[in-house]
Design a protein around this ligand. Structure first.
Ligand SMILES: *Cc1c(COP(=O)(O)O)cnc(C)c1O
Length: 589
């Protein structure tokens, strides 16, 4: 068996720019955070204090992401000889937790990192910061006089640009001559990914060109006061071609505006959209088919090629900056099997038939037949305890027979069997990636990972211990809420073709479920995990929960709040702070 650290890293996705740098597995099989020579055992942080779980915030990762973005743009500027400036702003809605905002503001001094705010409370939050040199503050959303009064008072510390998106906005802003203006315009190019509805003429925000025409007629001061052109085609744009379309369209709009009287536009703001790689595959809705460097190059190259002037580039990505800084850790409280392990003595003809198949093709055929048998029985069976007992046993016997037969065939005939298995969708493959256990974790998906409910967002999961042992079963993660939506069962694996493995490594060790097929993307319906031993503190972690999850948190079943462990490096010294520990009492241990 070659199962070990290398395969574990691949299986759980500790790859890519962030996690290959910051996470590692130590010789005892425990997940550790690596920071400046410090090695922090994550499970220990939580178990030491007897916590049901915690949000672990690693602040140096935020700074690292800011550096990465800044460097990528500087490189693109050098490569294409771009003379404009780079003006990053952080959109507060991605995460306005005070410690996060503070980290970005403090570290942002050296890059003059500004902010993007969409509401009054967001502006209030940053109004307390005093900048030595004014930083950019781009404000969109729906305003009123109170909101604009506050902005007017902040002009010493911030270079404020207020977006106009409607006639109402223009009417309001005619009374605030000291505030510069941005035009937020809709783009017709469709973006891609889960948030593509933010683009197009029917999108929520942005001006129609015809509205702009009417506005300029009524408010002739608009062109002169406009300093920024703003588009935002949605978060997490995954497709490079769509991104290019949006950039090109924006530059054409920019050129046209400059030619038709908007002479003072000096900023072009392409909005957010830089996709964070929730997985490292490049052909997937949860990751982009471009890298950070390519993103910067696309923007800069198109400007160099097509723009009339040399506007400064405003970068408004938030997801990319904050997504990896929070790791959500939770303890497994209970595991429940999907079925009884007592099969009894009965032998069923259909199960015998499954056992007698000789290759995947035959097994696929008989499995379909078995499904039909079950469906027919369900219709015909009387509803009583005895028939339920039989039905449950039969169903389990069929599922287990399919799994163990496939396991046997793949062992005998690895490549050919796997090839046959993934040719077309079928019950055998479905069974091989289906869970056999429920793992109840001491948390709430609604509160800690709301996007799994709202948007089907994917998060990597990894156990914090026993990573040197091959996973035992595929399990669904269930939360504490009395809601069937409070379950998470998605696990995507995509190990490369050239990895070293043995057939046995493909399978979990107890229920013999398939974990990966080299060279293929496999979406499992359960997470590869170990069954906690008696009295063992078994923790799992969800990675990349730092963008949007804090702000969207729900209060289902009165479960809200979680202990926080804030990790930082200050003057080369490791600093770990525990906060919000009182919230732990709401969760079972
Ligand atoms: C949400 C939003 C962003 C952030 O986009 P991400 O791709 O999630 O980083 C940027 N700008 C505006 C105007 C937004 O509404």
């Amino acid at each position: 068996m070659v199962w070990g650290k290398g395969l574990a890293r691949r299986l759980y996705g500790l790859t890519g720019v962030v996690w290959s740098k910051y996470l590692d597995i130590d010789e005892r099989g425990r997940l550790i955070v690596k920071l400046k020579g410090y090695k922090i055992d994550i499970a220990k942080l939580v178990s030491e204090k007897q916590l049901p779980g915690a949000h672990i915030r690693i602040l140096p990762i935020i700074r690292y992401m800011m550096d990465q973005v800044y460097e990528a743009f500087m490189e693109a500027f050098r490569k294409f000889g771009y003379k404009g400036a780079f003006k990053p702003v952080y959109p507060l809605k991605s995460n306005s937790t005070p410690i996060v905002v503070d980290t970005i503001w403090r570290y942002g001094i050296k890059y003059s990192w500004g902010f993007n705010a969409g509401t009054y409370p967001e502006v209030k939050l940053i109004s307390k910061y005093i900048n030595e040199k004014p930083r950019l503050l781009v404000v969109d959303g729906i305003k009123d006089n109170k909101f604009l009064d506050l902005l007017s008072k902040m002009c010493d510390s911030w270079e404020i640009i207020v977006d106009i998106e409607s006639m109402r906005d223009a009417d309001l802003l005619s009374k605030y001559q000291d505030l510069n203006i941005g035009l937020r315009v809709k783009v017709t190019s469709k973006s891609s990914g889960l948030w593509s509805h933010s683009s197009g003429l029917d999108s929520k925000f942005g001006l129609l060109i015809n509205t702009l025409d009417e506005m300029v007629e009524k408010h002739p001061w608009v062109p002169n006061r406009t300093v920024l052109l703003h588009v935002h085609a949605g978060s997490q744009i995954t497709d490079k071609n769509r991104l290019e379309d949006i950039i090109r369209e924006t530059i054409i709009l920019y050129n046209n505006l400059v030619k038709t009287g908007f002479k003072n536009i000096r900023y072009i703001d392409f909005g957010g959209g830089l996709a964070y790689p929730y997985i490292e595959a490049s052909n997937h809705v949860f990751s982009a088919n471009y890298s950070l460097n390519e993103y910067a190059e696309i923007l800069v190259k198109e400007l160099v090629k097509s723009a009339e002037n040399t506007p400064d580039i405003v970068f408004e990505g938030g997801r990319y900056i904050v997504a990896p800084h929070r790791i959500t850790v939770t303890k497994i409280i209970d595991t429940r099997p999907y079925s009884t392990s007592d099969r009894g003595e009965t032998s069923y003809p259909i199960v015998e038939e499954i056992k007698n198949t000789e290759n995947i093709k035959e097994l696929v055929y008989v499995s379909r037949k078995a499904r039909e048998v079950i469906t027919r029985l369900m219709l015909k069976f009387p509803i009583n305890i005895e028939s339920r007992r039989i039905l449950e046993k039969l169903l389990t016997s069929i599922n287990e027979a399919i799994t163990s037969k496939a396991y046997e065939i793949i062992h005998r005939d690895n490549d050919k069997a796997l090839e046959e298995l993934i040719k077309t969708p079928n019950y055998v493959l479905e069974e091989l990636v289906s869970p056999t256990r429920r793992f109840f974790a001491s948390f709430s998906l609604f509160s800690h990972l709301p996007d799994t409910i709202i948007a089907d967002q994917y998060f990597k999961i990894i156990p914090l211990q026993r990573l040197n042992e091959k996973p035992e079963v595929l399990g669904v993660i269930s939360d504490l809420t009395c809601d069937s939506m409070g379950e998470y069962s998605s696990f995507i694996t995509f190990l490369p073709n050239n990895i070293e493995y043995e057939t046995e490594d493909l399978f979990t060790s107890l229920d013999h479920k398939l974990m990966f097929i080299p060279g293929k993307t496999l979406r499992l319906k359960g997470v590869p995990l170990h069954i906690p031993r008696k009295n063992e503190d078994y923790y799992i972690a969800f990675l990349d929960t730092g963008a949007y999850q804090d702000m969207l948190s729900m209060n289902h079943n009165l479960l809200n709040g979680y202990p926080e462990i804030i990790i930082d490096i200050i003057n080369d010294n490791l600093k770990i702070i525990y906060e919000n520990l009182e919230s732990a009492e709401n969760y079972p241990l």
